[in-house]
Write a protein that binds this ligand. Structure first.
Ligand code: SF4
Length: 461
């Protein structure tokens, strides 16, 4: 599963020639949330300058580019596409020009009423350069005129779906979280600067102090007069539980819950719910590592690094055939033969999406001499697609939506397969279930989703 995006923003009360470097470091810490493109926009009181491109943060920025981007307000973005494909035009921040000036927007999430919003704008003759929902937001805002705060308060009433937004003009910065608070967004302090980030790890990376999470339905304006908070509609919180399962870094704290602690507890509960007679617990790195430690702590079965990850592989571009995809997994992971040979193994991962990778890992461990392999998953079966910022809107691609557990067990070649229950996962996270979105597990969507929602909506039309 792929997360949609990571956001970082900063407001400094005085001009800061190094402001884009701070954003750059913040984006590096958020790189796990999106590896397709990266961008930074900076306001210097007169205009907005920006630079963006396809690739990792380090591919897109260098010393010379960062040196050009000085000012006192800045936002940055790393993207994985959930609406529109991976082309330069869809990279963010999206900068749009209006009669009264320019606006830069960075978005994490997915808007689900995009078709009607886009057609409203097209009827008015507004130009679209991208196929993203984020450009729709940018154009809706610029159309409202120069008062950025009022534009935000107005436009957020018309948006449906998941959106954390950072937006800026040449002088001010605004942070917004949708009324259901699907995606994380927090605020911090760095000396006399105000900082916003998708995850607390980005605050840690730049040396900022955590202040608080932005609340669902909150709009926070930061300018020369200070910090001003406004509340829009609030229905109920529906924070994405998958942030705890997989998306967020384990060293982040979301909704006052340590991601590491939640994953360790999930592993412990998994060991109680799905015990196995084994000699060794192995986690699939990095996604299953913490839950595997929890499983080992609870069961008393020793934990070992039976799978070694190539840290330098980044993304693999090998995709065109199953044979080459298998090679991609072998480039990323290798079994530690000396450790696994002759052993009965509990293999822990955070989730199974399509099942192909897990099948290859099981095969790899068998080839390395494992006697038996008991796959344990630290979340329930994913049976429903996500329309709120994760790239799984096509249910047919989810193995648990089309096959029963016994069939999945056979398909991946495991001796046994066991999932954590939904109750167990919610208990591990420690937040009330009515504050969480659990839709990919139970099919109960916090918002009604139009049937036409797909990633490439505006490329088909
Ligand atoms: Fe998160 Fe699943 Fe809800 Fe999507 S459907 S927001 S992945 S919990």
């Amino acid at each position: 599963m792929k997360e949609s995006c990571g956001l970082f923003g900063i407001f400094s009360p005085k001009p800061d020639p190094k402001i884009s470097r701070t954003v750059y470091y913040g984006l590096i810490a958020l790189q796990h949330r999106g590896q397709e493109s990266a961008g930074i926009a900076v306001g210097d009181g007169e205009k907005i300058k920006y630079h963006k491109g396809l690739g990792l943060v380090n591919d897109v920025f260098n010393e010379e580019v960062l040196g050009e981007l000085s000012g006192h307000v800045a936002i940055g973005h790393v993207r994985y596409s959930t609406t529109g494909s991976n082309v330069f035009e869809n990279a963010q921040p999206i900068v749009v020009a209006g009669q009264q000036g320019s606006l830069a927007v960075a978005h994490n999430g997915n808007i689900i009423n995009t078709r009607e919003l886009r057609s409203q704008l097209e009827k008015k003759g507004l130009p679209f350069r991208s196929t993203t929902d984020s450009e729709i937001i940018a154009l809706l805002l610029i159309e409202q005129g120069p008062d950025m705060l009022h534009a935000c308060l107005d436009v957020t009433r018309t948006l449906q779906g998941a959106y954390c937004l950072l937006l800026m003009n040449q002088n001010s910065l605004i942070a917004i979280r949708d009324p259901l608070g699907f995606r994380p967004l927090c605020m911090g302090r760095l000396d006399d600067c105000v900082v916003f980030a998708s995850e607390t790890v980005a605050l840690d990376a730049v040396g900022a102090e955590f202040v608080r999470d932005i609340e669902p339905g909150e709009v926070v304006l930061v300018n020369e007069n200070g910090v001003e908070s406004h509340k829009t509609a609030f229905s109920r919180s529906a924070f994405c539980i998958f942030e705890f399962v997989y998306f967020a870094r384990p060293d982040s704290v979301l909704e006052n819950v340590s991601v590491y602690a939640a994953r360790e507890r999930a592993g412990r509960i998994l060991a109680i719910e799905q015990p196995a007679d084994a000699d060794l617990v192995v986690g699939v790195p990095d996604s299953g590592t913490v839950a595997a430690i929890g499983y080992s702590n609870q069961s008393g079965i020793p934990y070992g690094m039976g799978l070694i990850k190539n840290k330098y592989i980044g993304r693999t571009f090998i995709q065109p055939s199953q044979k080459l995809r298998n090679l991609g997994v072998r480039l990323k992971l290798n079994a530690l033969r000396e450790l696994v040979k002759g052993k009965s193994i509990v293999l822990v991962d955070d989730s199974i999406v399509r099942g192909t990778t897990m099948g290859q890992i099981v095969k790899m461990l068998r080839t390395a001499g494992a006697r038996s392999i008991h796959v344990r998953i630290a979340s329930p079966p994913i049976r429903y697609g996500c329309y709120f910022g994760v790239d799984t809107s096509d249910r047919r691609e989810l193995i648990a939506a089309v096959l029963e557990e016994k069939k999945i067990e056979q398909l991946i070649g495991a001796d046994s397969l066991g999932y954590l229950s939904l109750e167990g996962l919610v208990k591990a996270v420690g937040l009330p279930s009515d504050r969480l979105c659990l839709a990919c597990f139970n099919g109960i969507y916090p918002l009604q989703v139009p049937s036409f929602c797909t990633k490439y909506l505006f490329e088909k039309e």
